[in-house]
Design a protein around this ligand. Sequence first.
Ligand code: FRU
Length: 524
Amino acid sequence: MKSFWSVILVVATFLSFQSNALADNASHKQLVTKATAALKDTAKNKAVNKSQWYPSFHFASQAGWMNDPNGLIFFNGEYHLFYQHNPYSAKHENMHWGHAASPDMVNWRYLPVALAPSEDYDKNGVFSGSAIVHDGILSLLYTGNVENKVNDKVEKHQTQNLAISKDGINFGKSANNPVIKMAPHYSSYVFSRADFRDPFVWMQDEHYYALIGTQYEKTKDGAVLLFKSKDLRNWVFINITAIGSKGEMGYMWECPNFTHLGGEDVLMISPQGIKPNGKQFLNKYQAGWFVGKLDYNSGRFKQSSPFGLFDYGFDFYAPQVMKTPDGRSVIIGWLDMWDTKMPEQSHGWAGMMSLPREMKIVNGRVVTLPVAELKALRTDVECLRNIAFKGTKSFNNVKGEVYEMELQADLAKASKFELKLRASQHQETLLVYDKTAGVLKLNRDKSGQGLTGEREVKLPLVNNKLKLHIFVDKSSIEVFAQDGKAVMSSRIYPDKTSQAVHFVSDNDMVLDYLNFYKLKSIHN
Ligand code: FRU
């Protein structure tokens, strides 16, 4: 009997060793050290620090390029944010995973670069993915991007891979990589090998589940596929969780995400290729959600809401969700859009994150609001009450480059209310509520360098009242309207001196309240 148990013990030890086995990570270690050192280049950092557009209270990389948030997770008493990152230049190439940690999702400290492209299966980029804690070990599931030139054509192949860390800082790649080699050929369905990426992993009933974004090749519809695993190494395909139809929802669904919230399941996707429809879907790509129910047995998601956008402005993409220790579902998105001008590139950096936003379900739809932790940034406050006016109004202490503002406008008599931010003689970022059309518009035609255009969203008043919660940073604006029912965000590149705020109304109106907060910087 004794020898039976010792055999079991040996086998169990062998299996657990197997499951945590790492590949030879020598070259990965070297590349991570090199990338981390490159970020300490003082000349480069000086240029970034001097950049008039470098955010004061939003997360951005020390230098170089940044896009999607990756691997958002609470681990060992801290929030971890990884991100798509090129430490060597402000261009999207040579993708690594950058890494930062925070006690509160607001103040971040940089950690060494977590992942570098070092192996045959990720040689052309360590692409997006997510994090989970398995046996106390921080585990990252990410896409390895490979591009080979074959007869003058680039052939892409994407696989899913695992990297693990005991200390949450130094990551080794698994000996089992790639853990998911290709999109399955499933009955008559053939999914793209080239576009098969961005695994989002979570745990349910002692099993790991991962959603992966792809394209159904025959009809060129975006889709998300569900996989299941006991150990993060061996995965079985469960089903097509959701798929577009007739190309109406785009040709590729990037960055799928999933959360359970308020008794509902929420499936999130970042679809590429939804065609503009009037004034809707004008951005290159979209980021949004479906409320519904995931059937874990069949792997199918039954949607109970139409597709909703997280943000109706210009710049918000590839958001990732995480659960906070107190059970909130919080998203952070990339506050940029692919293929737009990024004037900060000439300052040696590119890309910033949105503020962390808490998701809530209200009447079967997702709303998002800035997390409560952001209140800790507030310093001085200017509180104004019951201000009646017509025409243009400004207030002495209501101006700046960096601030938060909450207001409620009573538009019983007015039909058009304008808010001009980061304004000067020549510049303004314009927020307009048009009561006749029932729409809120964000216009950056005169916002400064680079970017122009207008976005709008249908948004009813409540008893003739419009509630706005606005965050302005050095090169961004985020507007949460009617308690997060519509959010509009944009990068803007005004002159440093464009700091005025003007309120304009075409008829008598009342500002029921206006709270204007100066905000601390998160950099010491
Ligand atoms: C989304 C995305 C992902 C990909 C990553 C590459 O913005 O295109 O699909 O993994 O960026 O940086």
